[in-house]
Design a protein around this ligand. Structure first.
Ligand SMILES: Nc1ncnc2c1ncn2[C@@H]1O[C@H](COP(=O)(O)OP(=O)(O)OP(=O)(O)O)[C@@H](O)[C@H]1O
Ligand SMILES: [Mg+2]
Length: 261
């Protein structure tokens, strides 16, 4: 059994063609979603195999995986374009799910956000996708999925893929490169002009909500979040919020132009 490393230190293993992960309060909801997505013909996400002694068993999504710093195939334009297209397909495929379930009865890790246009992945980032060569062909880690507007997910993805990050490890390129990558993501997804106007504000609200969530979890004694706070993980998000505020006009002007890199 091979331990898989990601954002979490323990509890995720590969066993042959399956992945074994700890069951959470929202796992039943996520399983319904994953099954629905496959029924809709969206096959780029894990299939639910079943449960095994407090763990969920999912199919292994084939492909190469990456993390920050963005180097190699994951930093390419092809990866960026295919990621944005995959997010669009995921959102489109999830729309009907909202009509088939009673949202009020479902548990999610992150609070649902109105209007519930689609099911957002919640963490559609370079470290939660699988690549074949330079192309993003799969997505996993649906723990953070929740109903919300498309722009809510787009905002966090554009922040992570551009990336508008100031941490020296996570940082990539100049502001101009980051803006060009944000524009390419928006063009590839097909983000509307009105959503582009709102994008930077939405990124800031999304990051503020992330820091508030981390704080709330730490206050409740969640060991992982207590440690993250002690190590100052939230400070990087706060620095990025400042960066986005300072560059809001430049970024918004840059992504309004429908012109590729
Ligand atoms: N279904 C899957 N198919 C392929 N690889 C997977 C799958 N699930 C997890 N992995 C691999 O295991 C790593 C960790 O899994 P995952 O992303 O689900 O959790 P995590 O990032 O550690 O946890 P969290 O994001 O909740 O802190 C991933 O980065 C990926 O490489
Ligand atoms: Mg992950």
């Amino acid at each position: 059994m091979e331990t898989l490393s990601g954002g979490r230190e323990t509890g995720i293993y590969r066993q042959g063609e399956t992945v074994v992960r700890p069951v959470q309060a929202w796992s039943a909801t996520v399983h319904r979603l994953l099954r629905y997505l496959h029924q809709q013909g969206f096959r780029a996400c894990p299939e639910v195999i079943g449960m095994d002694a407090g763990s969920e068993v999912l199919s292994f999504v084939e492909g190469e995986t990456y993390n920050y710093p963005l180097e190699g195939a994951i930093a390419s334009e092809e990866a960026l374009i295919s990621a944005a297209r995959l997010l669009r397909q995921l959102h489109d495929a999830s729309q009907g799910f909202l009509k088939t379930v009673n949202l009020a009865e479902m548990a999610w890790m992150l609070p649902a956000r109105a209007p519930a246009e689609v099911i957002c992945h919640g963490d559609f980032t370079p470290y939660n996708v699988a690549l074949s060569g330079h192309e993003v062909v799969g997505v996993f880690d649906f723990d953070t999925a929740h109903p919300a507007p498309r722009l809510w997910d787009i905002a966090y993805s554009v922040y992570c893929w551009s990336p508008f990050k100031t941490d020296p490890v996570d940082q990539l390129g100049t502001l101009d490169t980051q803006i060009a990558r944000a524009r390419l993501f928006c063009n590839s997804y097909g983000v509307s002009a009105s959503d582009r106007q709102q994008l930077v504000s939405e990124m800031i609200i999304r990051l503020q909500s992330l820091v508030a969530f981390m704080q709330a979890q730490a206050d409740m004694g969640d060991a992982q979040f207590v440690q993250h706070f002690a190590e100052g993980h939230h400070l990087a998000y706060l620095a990025d919020i400042d960066y986005l505020r300072h560059q809001q006009v430049a970024i918004t002007e840059g992504i309004m132009t429908v012109q590729d890199l």
